[in-house]
Design a protein. Structure first.
Ligand code: FA5
Length: 345
């Protein structure tokens, strides 16, 4: 039948166009031209009008078969071209796993915190309680309660950062003593207080304008200088071992009487004298003494019944002596090469 031959010929043409389409766009053009409602294939349905009933059936079947065959070929080709696209994209985006990766630097635990923790552990094992005081203090707690009234020359020992005439960044952790005594309400006390201190000191190898101290205070009946010396010797031996030289020297603090300072033999020159210890062979690490009766009285303790000892240990100085750090500023400059040497044990 001539009509069916026309359908077959058109089908062959469309299938060959589908097969020759080399990309999705070309294939879409074939679809728009030959498979839409207004396409030549669709308009061929009008030929059915001239046929008798038997031929109509045959022609209808031929049209359906042609449409199905074309659609199948079209879908197969579309899938093939899409897969090709994905494959090309994947090839372009492939990752070269032979490239070197990013190098992340791992630090350590700053020696400041390692030493602070170690000192705390020793005192906690001896029954001391840890308390904390504020970094921003009143002149009253920082100086007056420490037996340093206004215009007292000892204020010059600790040149201060004032925020206003009555408020300052604390110059030492000793005001924490007064806060703790106020809270204890006349009862015995055994505390340590770690914290930051701030002074208008010129920065050099052993001085920083911001540094850490651990304050210690024991108040009870019958506390004496022997208790203070034994306590500090025990702690320093734990921190530095038996071989380091520990030197107690008489000193002066308005809030203790008598007062001492403690030095440890320099880690750089082993006591001979060098630039780090400024030629003295020793580095000072703490101040200490028997709590002054005025300080006890201001806190509500009767100095005829109660006595106490107190100390303030410089954390960076201990870290320097323990690890052989030649300049305090290394602890603050955040150099990874420095910090990564201090893994926690
Ligand atoms: C005091 O600050 C006293 N409050 C200590 C004290 C407490 C005495 C209780 C008696 C009773 P001094 O100014 O000496 O004292 O400081 C104590 C320690 O802090 C020093 O031995 C030193 O280790 C450290 N220190 C002081 N100033 C600096 C600084 N600028 N940089 C680093 N460490 C410092």
């Amino acid at each position: 039948m001539e009509e069916i031959e026309k359908v077959q010929a058109l089908k062959e043409k469309i299938i060959s166009l589908i097969e020759n389409a080399s990309n999705v766009n070309e294939l879409k053009t074939v679809q728009e031209t030959h498979l839409s409602k207004k396409s030549e294939l669709n308009s061929m349905m009008s030929l059915i009008r001239n046929l008798n009933n038997e031929d109509k059936i045959l022609f209808g079947q031929a049209m359906n078969n042609a449409r199905n065959e074309i659609n199948t070929k079209y879908n197969e080709k579309l899938n093939y071209l899409n897969e090709l696209l994905i494959k090309e994209k994947l090839e372009k985006e492939s990752i070269d796993i032979t490239l070197p990766g990013m190098n992340y630097q791992l630090g350590g635990i700053n020696p400041f915190y390692q030493i602070q923790d170690e000192i705390m552990d020793i005192f906690v094992s001896m029954g001391y309680e840890i308390v904390e005081g504020p970094d921003v203090e009143t002149d009253y707690y920082n100086f007056e309660r420490m037996n340093i009234p206004a215009n007292h020359p000892a204020r010059e020992m600790q040149d201060s950062f004032y925020i206003n005439p009555t408020t300052l960044l604390r110059t030492h952790t000793s005001p924490a003593q007064a806060h703790a005594m106020d809270k204890a309400n006349g009862k015995p006390l055994r505390i340590v207080c770690p914290g930051k201190c701030f002074r208008r000191d010129d920065d050099d190898v052993t001085h920083s304008h911001q540094f850490g101290q651990v304050e210690g205070l024991v108040v009870d009946k019958n506390i004496n200088l022997g208790n203070l010396k034994a306590t500090l010797e025990l702690v320093l031996r734990k921190m530095f071992g038996e071989k380091r030289e520990v030197r107690f020297r008489g000193s002066y603090f308005p809030f203790t009487e008598p007062s001492v300072e403690v030095d440890i033999s320099c880690m750089e020159c082993k006591g001979k004298g060098c630039p780090t210890c400024k030629g003295t062979g020793y580095i000072e690490i703490l101040g200490a003494g028997m709590v002054h009766p005025n300080v006890l009285k201001m806190a509500g303790y009767d100095p005829d019944v109660y006595s106490g000892f107190a100390f303030g240990i410089g954390i960076e100085r201990v870290a320097m002596l323990r690890y052989g750090i030649d300049d305090i500023r290394r602890i603050y400059t955040g150099d990874v090469r420095f910090i990564k040497q201090f893994k926690r044990n």
